[in-house]
Design a protein around this ligand. Structure first.
Ligand code: HEM
Length: 758
């Protein structure tokens, strides 16, 4: 899509959201029809023509799951298309009045016979289903995946072959918080994608962090119990900054690697659109000749990997707790479709299942990309918002065991546990064993299983012999033959061994890769990590836990340990393991590159006396660059003929990626603190304090600032004069924006962060 169109659409989407809300409000304010309750409804309530049913969604155009079983197709194709013009009961009887219960007289009690009342209330009473036990807070979108064909040497999976396109549904999530928790908390993000392939569904249930807290899934309940709110007071929500989390990770030192990723900028993404994704485990692939390889999956975002600052993240949690959900929805609504490349690291399937001394079955280890490059194998484009959040986002059920032919699991003990856990939890969460019949979960391959009955069974199965072999149904359904593209459990050798509850010795090193991560960070990223540990441990009460975590940090890096120890006011211990020399992996750092600025938000401060001549032209330039200009004025409506989207009262810096000043708004005469006690002349700064706040925040958050005309005077009045990093001034809007754009490609003005470590 043309980027200028995309940006224009973002703007329209942002504005139309407000308009829609107003239309809705007006609609809801429609006066009651005249007449007494129960009287004939006034004719204006009745549409003259029944409305067209909604068109079927693209992702639901799959073959009906019952066609293969011979049962009638399309009987529920699907509930959403049954929306006729009239309000009905659940059994289709048209309803005349849904606002008044049936009573014994206008002032009497409700009658038991009011079946419409009882149905409405009963259904409402049962609307909630359990939220996910983890990853409860999330956003989901539809999309399409296109294979490049470059994986053909390692897998015969059909959806990865050249030019094959596959519909997908992706759900992003946080891990610890409840369904209503804020988006920009410090946490791991889920990145789960369901590929509806004609050979069976493939779920790539990934995270934005390539390692996991634990090596064996039997500890999963423990790490989650430690991260979730304390059981006595049920706080804190969606936070790792509390005693039980740090108690766990300091005792289970295998968690240190994942924990450092969480403490890094990866724990607070700028957007779901700007995150990497990782399959974490090593999977096995098989090609057409039957040769197997070990692989790790990676998602690489087109927009690069970017994060919020910690202060931004905290502000957003209050100002716009739905920040990531809104960002994703608006981008897709506007046509600025986010894209990722799927890539794989490929390893020889050797008996030890190791590469360069790294145990590939240990989910707390990465393989640096410099040692095994990520090979692109396809492209994901997310291009469709859900139309019903509950039906799609809440009911989608992923499972790492949903695999097509050509991809199989390995013996990674974390993955093995996951193969059990997802189905098990969904039995409860989605109310029984038939959740794969829910439209969002329905395979796009014909289904002919012999699973029968159970809660929420929608299939009307034909035949009398759901068992094999049988003669009564003519032997149906048949087993797939060698050429029928069936899923294959690869005949992998399992080591002859003794039953034990223990890890292999190769899982014992818990610190060298954490050192590798730390060594790969730029100074500013290291600074953020130190501050994150200092903040999180500073929120713990128990000094024993803090001291134990400091011991872990001493085993990672002495500077990291001493900086955090100083902040906590505790002694820095000596390491208890040898501090290995690690070769940095540049691929792990987020800093140093340049990326497209698609979809970025540009705030432009205007006032009546400002230099507004070039502002309309600037807006067009910004749209053309694929970004969104938002005019910030002293009041709503228009300023100097320019339409205002945000006022000084409604704008807050965290919404903008860059701030431009086209004027110098003075304090309003009645603004607090701008006049002395006797109502005399302004005594505060000669700039509206709300604009001062905007400037101070974008400065602190290392965002680009641009100004021209009176805007330059505003900068000076705010204390930002002279040659400052990331501050561009000039004679006119156009020349300033050209320089601003160049700086934006680096995401932030990194020079502006004070750095104590190198
Ligand atoms: C590499 C490690 C892991 C990754 C990458 C991962 C990823 C995810 C993701 C992305 C989701 C959210 C799915 C959605 O959006 O609906 C999820 C949910 C879940 N995960 Fe994991 N997880 C991991 C480890 C585990 C382990 C070890 C277990 C249990 C033994 C587990 C159990 C669950 C459960 C029960 C859910 C909720 C599923 C639902 O209600 O549908 N996960 N996980």
């Amino acid at each position: 899509m043309d980027p200028s169109k995309a940006a224009k659409n973002i703007k329209d989407a942002v504005e139309s959201t407000a308009e829609k809300a107003m239309d809705k409000a007006a609609e809801m304010a429609t006066p009651e029809p005249p007449g007494r309750p129960g009287a004939e409804p006034a004719s204006f309530e009745e549409p003259t023509e029944p409305r067209e049913p909604l068109p079927p969604k693209p992702d639901q155009s799959s073959p009906d799951m019952r066609t293969a079983t011979g049962a009638p197709a399309g009987t529920d194709e699907n509930a959403r298309t049954q929306q006729g013009a009239y309000l009905t009961t659940s059994t289709g009887a048209r309803v005349r009045d849904s606002d008044h219960s049936l009573k014994a007289g206008p002032r009497g009690p409700i009658l038991m016979q009011d079946h419409h009342f009882r149905e409405k209330i009963t259904h409402f009473d049962h609307e909630r289903i359990p939220e996910r036990v983890v990853h409860a807070r999330g956003s989901g979108v539809h999309g399409v995946f296109e294979g490049y064909g470059t994986a053909a040497d390692v897998t015969h999976a059909g959806f990865l072959q050249k030019g094959v396109t596959t519909p997908v549904f992706t759900r992003f999530s946080t891990v610890l918080g409840s369904r209503g928790s804020a988006d920009t908390v410090r946490d791991t993000r889920g990145f789960a994608t369901k590929f509806y392939t004609p050979e069976g569904t493939f779920d790539l249930v990934a995270n934005n962090i390539p390692v996991f807290f634990i090596q064996d899934g039997i500890k999963f309940p423990d790490v989650i119990h430690a991260g979730k709110p304390h059981p006595d007071r049920e706080i804190p929500q969606a936070q790792s900054a509390h005693d039980t989390f740090w108690d766990f990770v300091s005792l289970h030192t295998e968690a240190q690697h994942h924990t450092m990723w969480n403490m890094s900028d990866r724990g607070i993404p700028r957007s779901y659109r700007m995150m990497e994704g990782f399959g974490v485990h090593t999977f096995r692939m098989i090609n057409a000749e039957g040769a197997t390889s070990l692989v790790k999956f990676h998602w690489k975002p087109k927009l690069g990997v970017h994060s919020l600052t910690w202060e931004e993240a905290q502000l957003i949690n209050g100002i716009d707790p739905d920040f990531h959900r809104r960002d994703l929805f608006d981008a897709i609504e506007s046509g600025a479709f986010p894209e990722w490349e799927l890539g794989i690291q490929v390893f020889e399937d050797n008996p030890e299942q190791e590469f360069a001394g790294i145990d590939l079955l240990d989910p707390t280890k990465i393989v640096p990309e410099e040692l095994a490059p990520v090979q692109p194998i396809g492209r994901l484009t997310l291009n469709g918002n859900p139309t019903n959040f509950f039906a799609e986002v809440e009911q989608v059920a992923f499972h790492p065991g949903h695999l097509p032919p050509g991809i199989d699991v390995t013996d990674d003990p974390l993955l093995q546990a996951r193969l059990f856990s997802y189905i098990d939890t969904q039995l409860t969460r989605l109310g029984g064993p038939n959740y794969n019949q829910i439209p969002i979960n329905r395979p796009h391959a014909p289904v002919n299983d012999m699973l029968r009955d159970g809660y929420h069974q929608h299939a009307d199965h034909a035949g009398v012999a759901p068992y094999k072999p049988n003669t009564l149904d003519g032997g149906c359904p048949f087993f797939a033959g060698a050429d029928d593209r069936a899923f294959e459990d690869l005949p992998v050798r399992v080591a002859e061994s003794t039953k034990v509850r223990e890890n292999p010795a190769t899982f014992d090193d818990h610190f060298s890769q954490v050192r590798l991560f730390w060594a790969s960070m730029s100074p500013v990223e290291k600074e953020h990590i130190i501050r994150a540990y200092s903040f999180e441990l500073g929120k713990c009460y128990d000094n024993t836990i803090k001291a134990r975590q400091l011991q872990c940090l001493a085993n990672i890096d002495p500077v990291l340990c001493s900086e955090v120890a100083t902040s906590l006011g505790l002694p820095a211990p000596e390491p208890t393991v040898p501090l290995t020399e690690e070769v940095p992996s540049p691929a792990l750092s987020q800093v140093g590159g340049t990326w497209p600025a698609d979809g970025r938000m540009v705030g432009i401060v205007v006032d009546e006396d400002g230099e507004l001549g070039g502002v309309e032209a600037l807006k067009s330039t910004i749209f053309a660059a694929g970004m969104v200009p938002l005019i910030i004025g002293p009041h709503g409506g228009t300023v100097g003929g320019i339409e205002v989207q945000r006022t000084f009262a409604t704008a807050r810096s965290v919404e903008f990626d860059v701030l431009l000043l086209a004027g110098r708004p003075m304090p309003a005469p009645d603004s607090h603190g701008s006049r002395d006690d006797k109502g005399g002349a302004p005594s505060g700064p000669a700039l509206d304090p709300r604009v001062q706040l905007l400037l101070d925040e974008v400065w602190r958050h290392a965002k680009v600032i641009g100004a021209w005309g009176d805007g330059t005077a505003a900068l000076e009045a705010a204390g930002y004069s002279g040659q400052l990093p990331g501050v561009v001034t000039g004679d006119d809007a156009a020349s300033v924006f050209t320089q601003v754009q160049e700086l934006m490609a680096s995401h932030r003005v990194w020079d502006r962060f004070p750095v104590a470590v190198s």
